[in-house]
Design a protein around this ligand. Structure first.
Ligand SMILES: *Cc1c(COP(=O)(O)O)cnc(C)c1O
Length: 392
């Protein structure tokens, strides 16, 4: 075979992905509205209560809490605001440092910054793609000192108060292990579970290991409310405080405007909750479709020879929110060649997020060395992941 007749890896990759995507031009992750969406949204409009009063927000909250196995849920305008609110409610103060994985969507770091705190980036594990408890423990021991019962960064003298692990692309990290480390060092744990609705470690849903867990219902997530987010917590007092803070901290009263804290206007509107309630009803089916899509991609990409599909880890159940192709370590195939070939053919693929410690707003923030995050960033291509691609 002459070299010109030999298939290029990028063309081979494109052909495999095309087999799954067919002729469809879809975004990276598009919602499926196959249930009561029209009905509930119309009901909400007819009721006139499209903002936060009316029944839909409460119904969405209890449906979500039931699904996750949380005593309660607090719906919010989006995942970023929910994270911001959760961090403030658990006691993160301006000037604190908060441990954040370098590999995440930017919202994990922006929520910390919005709370006036400073993200302190750590690396992720090449197995879970999230924070690794053992590495975290060693890092905290070497980088921080105990000062009057507080853990203080030896370089910056700032106290570290919280850890925000993230479940990358829906694959759970070891949040229970991180909780143990957090307890040992007196830190608060808020899980960024924005991507992991429907993902479990053993039989425990993500978001429940720490003091609070946050989900997102943006249009590209597993289910959507248009824009939206929610906080779950096994601490019902904390959840009530978060709901209170999300609704301008207004003390319930028939007519008086009395507020007992600086509050937020972060409550999810009813019109969004109506959409979300219909989506929740279909969540089990959507999760089946995401898993079926994973199996379809695996069929066509298994023998490709220069990479593999991201698979759920033993002991975990992933929602397979975003399918990810991982180039083999040391492969000469270049990530951006695969991306360019797909984009030229109208197939939406994306790299992982640039490691957050390389972004200009966070360049001055403290950071561990992050070789695993940097390496994963260079080797992963996220594939079209709409549930509708799973076929009938
Ligand atoms: C989607 C997402 C969020 C927050 O999302 P919103 O778009 O604000 O709802 C936060 N963290 C991660 C990791 C996400 O993927």
């Amino acid at each position: 075979m002459t070299s010109s007749a030999r298939k290029s890896p990028a063309r081979e990759f494109l052909r495999s992905v095309e087999t799954v995507v067919g002729g469809k031009t879809l975004g990276l992750h598009e919602p499926v509205f196959a249930g009561n969406e029209q009905k509930y949204v119309s009901e909400c409009i007819e009721s006139g209560m499209v903002s936060s009063v009316g029944s839909f927000v409460g119904r969405f909250e209890s449906g979500l809490a039931d699904f996750v196995g949380s005593p309660t849920a607090v719906a919010a305008v989006n995942g970023t605001s929910a994270l911001h609110l959760a961090l403030v409610a658990v006691g993160v103060k301006p000037g604190d440092e908060v441990i954040v994985p370098a590999l995440s969507f930017v919202a994990t770091a922006s929520a910390v910054a919005l709370a006036g705190a400073v993200p302190h980036f750590v690396d992720v594990s090449d197995e879970t793609w999230g924070i690794d408890p053992d590495n975290l423990k060693t890092y905290l021991e070497t980088k921080f000192r105990s000062d009057g019962g507080r853990l203080v960064n030896g370089d910056t003298d700032r106290p570290v108060t919280a850890i925000v692990p993230m479940h990358t692309l829906g694959h759970p990290c070891d949040a229970a292990g991180i909780r143990e480390v957090a307890n040992q060092f007196g830190l608060v744990l808020v899980e960024d579970a924005a991507e992991s609705l429907g993902s479990y470690v053993d039989d425990v849903h993500t978001g429940l290991a720490g003091h609070a867990g946050v989900f997102s219902f943006n249009g590209n997530k597993t289910i959507t409310t248009g824009g939206g987010g929610a906080i779950v917590s096994t601490d019902t007092d904390l959840a009530h405080r978060m709901r209170h803070l999300s609704t301008t901290a207004k003390i319930p009263h028939p007519f008086e405007f009395n507020h007992d804290a600086v509050g937020y206007n972060y409550r999810m509107p009813g019109i969004n909750a109506a959409l979300g309630l219909a989506q929740l009803e279909q969540l089990p089916q959507i999760l089946e479709q995401q898993r079926a899509l994973y199996l379809r991609y695996r069929e066509v990409l298994d023998g490709i020879g220069f990479g593999t599909l991201r698979q759920e880890n033993p002991g975990t159940r992933s929602n397979y929110w975003l399918q990810a192709f991982v180039l083999d370590s040391g492969s000469r195939v270049v990530r951006d060649d695969l991306i360019a070939a797909c984009l030229e053919s109208g197939i939406s693929v994306r790299p992982l997020w640039k490691p957050l410690n390389t972004l200009s707003p966070y360049a001055g923030c403290p950071s561990a060395e992050t070789p695993v995050a940097n390496d994963l960033y260079s080797r992963v291509v996220c594939l079209p992941s709409s549930a509708s691609l799973a076929g009938a």
